[in-house]
Design a protein around this ligand. Structure first.
Ligand SMILES: Cc1ncc(C[n+]2csc(CCOP(=O)(O)OP(=O)(O)O)c2C)c(N)n1
Ligand code: SF4
Ligand SMILES: [Mg+2]
Length: 313
C-alpha cells in the first residue's frame, strides 16, 4: 500500500512543550498507517490553540467558528459520505460553546471522529477555566479557584450516544495513534478525549502529573469494551461509566465502549431517501458556466420519497 505523507512545512506555532505537538504526531502517524487519501480526508476545527491543527496537516482542512466544527463537519459528511471527516477542538470549543452540537452528533451517530484536546483551560484566550477543570482547582491564570463544577467528557459522550468512546494521552503518541486508527475505521460517531498538557496556563494538570496518574485499560486482560452482541450494550455501557468515574490519582486511558450495532445517520437517511447516498449533493451539478442550476432530475430523484400530493382547496 502506498505510504502517504501528511506532514507540512508550515511553522507550527504552539508554545514549546505543548501537548498539541503529541496530538499532531498521533494524527500524522494514524493517517500515514491508514494510508488515507489526503484528497478524501477532511480535518475540521473550531477556534482555539488546538483548532489550528488543519493548517498543519496535508489534507483538506476547514478552520471554522468557535464551537461550530461539528455542524460544519456534519454538513461535509452528509454532502459527501465517502470522505473521512475528523473534528479537532478544545474543551472550551467542543464542550463549552459547542456542547449542544457535541450531544447532537452522538444522537445521530454520524460517521465522524471527534478528537478533544483536553487541557482544562481556554488556552488561546489566556487560560480561563474550561468545562473540564474541576471545582476548586486554581491554575496560574485564575485569580480565585475555579467556581464551577467540571463535567466528565467520557460520561457525556456515552450518554449522548457515541458508539466509540476512548481516551488517550497526548504524549503517548503510539497509544493515541492506535486509538485514532480504530476510531477512523469505526462506523459511527467516535469520540477520543485526549489529555493534553498546556505548559503555559495549566500548572496543575502537567505532563508530570499525567506521567504518574495515567494507566492503560488494555493492561487489564479482563477489560472488554466491545459490545459483541446487541443484548450486552447496556451492561457494557454501565461498566464503561463506572470506569469513566475514575479520576484524580488514577486516570484510565484506552477504549471505554465500542458498539458497532447502532445504525449510523447515513443509514437512517438512506432508509428514507432511497437515492442517498449515491445521489448525494456533492455528486450533483450545481452550476453551469458560473450560473447556479437546480438539477431538477436529481432533485426529484433524491426527494421523490418525500413528495406529497396536495389538493387545491
Ligand atoms: C463566538 C466566540 N466566542 C468567544 C471567542 C473567544 N475564544 C476564542 S478561543 C476560545 C476558547 C479556547 O479554548 P479551548 O476551546 O479549550 O481551546 P484551546 O485554546 O485550549 O486549545 C474563546 C473563548 C470566539 N473566538 N468566538
Ligand atoms: S497556550 Fe497552552 S494550549 Fe495553547 S499553544 Fe500554548 S501550551 Fe499549547
Ligand atoms: Mg482548552
Amino acid at each position: 500500500m502506498e505510504r502517504r505523507n501528511y506532514r507540512t512545512n508550515v511553522w507550527v506555532d504552539w508554545c514549546p512543550g505543548c501537548g498539541n505537538f503529541g496530538i499532531l504526531t498521533g494524527i500524522y502517524r494514524a493517517l500515514e498507517e491508514l494510508s488515507l487519501d489526503p484528497d478524501r480526508t477532511v480535518i475540521v476545527s473550531g477556534i482555539g490553540c488546538s483548532s489550528k491543527i488543519p493548517h498543519f496537516v496535508y489534507a483538506n482542512g476547514v478552520h471554522t467558528l468557535h464551537g461550530r466544527a461539528i455542524p460544519f463537519a456534519t454538513g461535509i459528511k452528509l454532502a459527501n459520505p465517502e470522505l473521512t471527516v475528523i473534528v479537532h477542538g478544545g474543551d472550551g470549543d467542543l464542550l463549552g460553546i459547542g456542547a449542544g452540537h457535541f450531544v447532537a452528533l452522538g444522537r445521530r451517530n454520524l460517521d465522524i471522529v471527534v478528537i478533544l484536546h483536553n487541557n482544562g483551560v481556554y488556552g488561546l484566550t489566556k487560560g480561563q477555566a474550561s468545562p473540564t477543570l474541576p471545582l476548586g482547582v486554581k491554575t496560574k491564570s485564575l485569580v480565585e479557584p475555579n467556581i464551577q463544577n467540571a463535567f466528565n467528557p467520557i460520561m457525556l459522550a456515552l450518554a449522548a450516544g457515541y458508539t466509540f468512546v476512548a481516551r488517550s494521552y497526548a504524549f503517548d503518541t503510539n497509544h493515541l495513534k492506535n486509538i485514532i486508527k480504530e476510531a477512523v475505521l469505526h462506523k459511527g460517531a467516535a469520540f477520543i478525549d485526549v489529555l493534553q498538557p498546556c505548559v503555559t496556563f495549566n500548572d496543575v494538570y502537567t505532563a508530570d502529573f499525567y506521567r504518574k496518574s495515567v494507566y492503560k485499560l488494555e493492561d487489564d486482560k479482563a477489560w472488554d469494551p466491545y459490545v459483541r452482541k446487541p443484548e450486552e450494550a447496556q451492561e457494557k455501557m454501565l461498566r464503561a461509566m463506572e470506569k469513566a468515574l475514575q479520576q484524580g490519582e488514577k486516570i484510565p486511558i484506552g477504549r471505554f465502549y465500542v458498539n458497532p450495532f447502532v445504525s449510523t445517520f447515513e443509514e437512517r437517511i438512506s432508509q428514507r431517501l432511497k437515492a442517498y447516498p449515491g445521489l448525494n449533493p456533492s455528486n450533483s451539478v450545481i452550476e453551469v458556466q458560473g450560473e447556479p442550476v437546480v438539477n431538477q432530475k436529481n432533485f426529484e430523484k433524491i426527494f421523490r420519497d418525500f413528495i406529497i400530493e396536495t389538493q387545491t382547496l
